[in-house]
Design a protein around this ligand. Sequence first.
Ligand code: FAD
Length: 497
Amino acid sequence: MSEHPTTKHAIVIGAGVAGLASAIRLQVMGYKVTVYEKNSYPGGKLSHFEKGGYQFDAGPSLFTRPKLIEELFALANEPIEDYFSYERVPVACHYFYQDGTLIKAYADRDQFAKEIHAKTGEAEENIKAYLRDSANAYENIAGIFLKYTLHRLSTLFKAPIAKAIQYLKWPYLFKSLHQYNQSRFQSPKLVQLFNRYATYNGSNPYKAPAMLSLIPHLEHNEGTFYPKGGMISITNALVALAEKKGVKFIYNTPVEKIIRANNQVEGVVVNGENKFADLVVSNMDVYFTYQQLLGEPLKAAKVLKQERSSSAFIFYWGINKNFEQLSLHNIFFSEHYEAEFHSLFQTGEPFADPTVYINITSKCEPGWQAPAGKENWFIMVNAPANKGQDWASVQDFYRKAILKKLNAILGEDIAPYIEVEEVLSPVSIETKTASYMGSLYGTSSNSKMAAFMRHPNFSNTIKGLYFVGGSVHPGGGIPLCLSSAAIMSDLVKADVV
Ligand code: FAD
């Protein structure tokens, strides 16, 4: 028998990855779930398009922690292999430096340490010790943030806090990620490589706490993975699972308002009609949820006290050539990393020598993700959050800067190989997925208290209203969004029983 009578209805606002996971979890708990999605397609940022025979994942490209997807299938008692498959990637990333150095981040830790030593002179043991500490921090401290709400003492008391404190190091809280990395490595190249993990959640390594040094554990100890068919397979698998369990999806239907009475949620308004439900989960950016759906501008403004994460410019290029020196994930570092982050977060100006990331899924599935002999390049540079900049000229600026950098490092004129092109700007990120300021990851981790300041996964004032996704606890990125859905469902269980 299900835990709750099947007559209970739940509405999920938005079919982003957290909305999909929430719908599955609630349906499995016995709720009858309807998902309203404003777009004509599911996935939000985790979506896809095809152009000229090239397949492009529109947003996320790095897949870690597949066990969180497996967990959903196990919960729903469905065989994951019927829906979704993935493989571990042998080299996590190719790192290119301006002086021509190429570091291959092998999945195998010993091989990675040897590669670093060969290319930078850094002692192998320094890398191994760093990754051991990263694993300890992830396994013993991160769980508190990833599995529990931080906003209710009753649930927080269940968390293994005493164990976490044993592993908490002074520098994690009182040094920036950059200061910490400087204290661990001799080589500036390695400091830069490990600084970049702050961008995993759109943050600035010169401001974000050293606690973020737990992130490399995901790539270097657990591994990075490639989902067969590209990242869109995650969305497709979760939608298929949700539908199999009975979740109803209604596309092209923005929720206009959340209805409440006597501090209890009653449902939502779509197309001017009331749709009643026992509980409502908003996967819409929490800022817009307060501003547009709840008519609470003051609460929306309060959310903004926390700095938004950075945004990005993405160029999707169909490239009429194979580049042997590139792999699935590639990073071309800027020479002046600190200045780059200063312009991202302080001045809001585009940076002339940006760090360039290229993802090429045709490296894993040649002839399918791109026509034979060609490559699908997803090129991303970090960009400041949208504050009304002149994005048309910024786009032109970044395109030139990217080409200049790639031409210099790859030693070829790239422009003539581009036969297909699309662009995603901070404005289009904002309009396509209703993410305030086009932020990729909701709020940044640029302050020591950031992890504690994110909006909770429940409403303090409206019973039956919950929040999931990148703009709320525990934060942005696919793994954290999936965790937000798990925390939400634990809260529902605690609240209803
Ligand atoms: P979103 O994807 O933000 O979706 C919200 C959904 O709600 C949308 O479908 C939207 O249309 C819908 N919606 C909004 N308002 C309404 C309304 N009123 N009514 C109905 N529907 C509504 N993460 C990683 O893990 N790895 C990466 O490599 C990575 N790279 C990224 C690259 C880019 C370019 C971007 C944009 C993001 C990247 N991220 C990455 C971050 C990751 O994509 C997000 O954190 C995550 O996908 C956000 O999921 P979400 O559930 O919060 O919802």
